[in-house]
Design a protein around this ligand. Structure first.
Ligand code: NAD
Ligand code: ZN
Length: 362
């Protein structure tokens, strides 16, 4: 049992296949989409023994020559130093213009391996095998790849679409509980911004989601991929502004991430708190009634996500928000709900209202 989401882009389309027990069919999935003589499999040191080794072995059995490259787990691997290492190890492994890059790991690996695919020999074909919930519902869809500069996240990169994405929900069994829950914040986000029925489905299936039920997860992840694909298709290169809806909760989120000290909050945890700030802000602007915030609060709480604003000084948070790329002429802009399943970009928001929305959550 699996589902397929087709991502239709102006130049070509590709499939995201989602299901249980489909990792073993990875070589067939790749071979059906690209002729592979040499595969560069990029992973991290935690994911390698869990999943990448077996994919490499299966590819070898299928007659593909493979080069496995494993980097330390964590955000610090998204660096120019690591890209330099991967370019050189790919070359030493015999890579050429016909080689194919396969990313096996979370969002860090997807972004880094995708960046190598986009740049090595002016661009190689690329597959994603995302292994965190965040990567399965967010970072593996949309074609953004890249690395960090010391002073700015995701500052160097490209739009580079994969040939296919293979999502096996079984890999989530080994994901640490906190990482799993953090990914659920982005899942809830899709319901709020685009699909009230999906939000209700999440509410009705909290227990199964917490137990990582494979059938429910297949449906949930497929729906998220479809919703993100629909947005990406209308704004492939983030030029029309339509992709902005995906940033619901993220202006607050980024400000908390920047001020709470590295590692204090996982991205998804900051998204959870940020969505509630945005929702309270929408209430204070009389765009929604309090029940819309309450339903998000209750669902996020039941899924085990934090909902309270962290106990930090407010001024550094406000300063971080002013540095957000959505600020226009010094006025804050936010993606705000108009009802469950629908959001709008709202400009000209006063600092005071934003501040109140943060403090009211403390
Ligand atoms: P990550 O890749 O660091 O993975 C989190 C941790 O989980 C790592 O330690 C990893 O080794 C471990 N792990 C991965 N899969 C596992 C599994 N199945 N079982 C056990 N452990 C496993 O982090 P992430 O949260 O997946 O991704 C975050 C990155 O994604 C950030 O760099 C962010 O910028 C990027 N991102 C990109 C996009 C995009 O559109 N390209 C969107 C959102 C986020
Ligand atoms: Zn996010």
């Amino acid at each position: 049992e699996h589902e397929i989401v087709r991502v239709q882009l102006s130049e070509r389309s590709y499939d995201i296949q989602i299901g249980s027990a489909i990792l073993s069919s990875a070589p067939e999935f790749f071979a059906a989409r690209t002729k592979i003589s040499h595969a560069i499999v990029i992973t991290d040191e935690s994911v390698q023994p869990l999943y990448a080794d077996s994919i490499v072995a299966a590819c070898a059995t299928a007659g593909m020559r493979t080069t496995l490259i494993s980097v330390p787990a964590g955000e610090t691997s998204k660096s120019i130093a690591m890209a330099d290492r991967l370019w050189n190890e790919s070359l030493a492994g015999g890579a050429d213009r016909k080689s194919v890059v396969i990313a096996v790991g979370g969002g860090v690996i997807g972004d880094l391996a995708g960046f190598i695919a986009a740049t090595f020999a002016r661009g190689l074909a690329f597959f994603q095998v995302p292994t965190t919930l965040l990567a399965q519902v967010d970072s593996s869809v949309g074609g953004k790849v890249g690395i960090n500069l010391p002073a700015a996240k995701n500052m160097v990169g490209a739009f580079w679409q994969p040939q296919g994405v293979l999502i096996d929900v079984d890999v989530l069994k080994t994901l640490p509980e906190r990482e799993y829950r953090a990914g659920l914040a982005e899942v809830v986000k899709y319901g709020v911004i685009l699909d009230a029925d999906f939000f209700a489905y999440l509410e009705a299936n909290v227990a199964a989601i917490r137990e990582r039920d494979k059938n429910v997860l297949t449906r949930v992840i497929a729906r998220c991929c479809q919703l993100k694909a629909d947005v990406v298709q209308t704004d492939e290169r983030e030029t029309t502004g339509l992709r902005a809806v995906l940033n619901y909760g993220h202006t607050f989120c980024h400000a908390f991430e920047a001020t709470c000290g590295y590692g204090e909050l996982l991205h998804g945890e900051a998204v959870s708190i940020g969505m509630l700030c945005a929702s309270r802000l929408a209430e204070s602007l009389q765009r929604i009634t309090s029940d819309v915030t309450e339903r998000q609060f209750n669902l996020l709480t039941e899924l085990g996500l934090p909902t309270a604003t962290p106990q930090v000084d407010i001024e550094p948070v406000m300063a971080a928000m002013q540095r957000d790329k959505k600020v226009e002429h010094g006025k804050l802009q936010f993606v705000l709900p108009i009802r469950l399943g629908n959001v709008e970009l709202v400009g000209g928001v006063s600092n005071d209202l934003a501040k109140t929305a943060i403090i009211d959550g403390q």
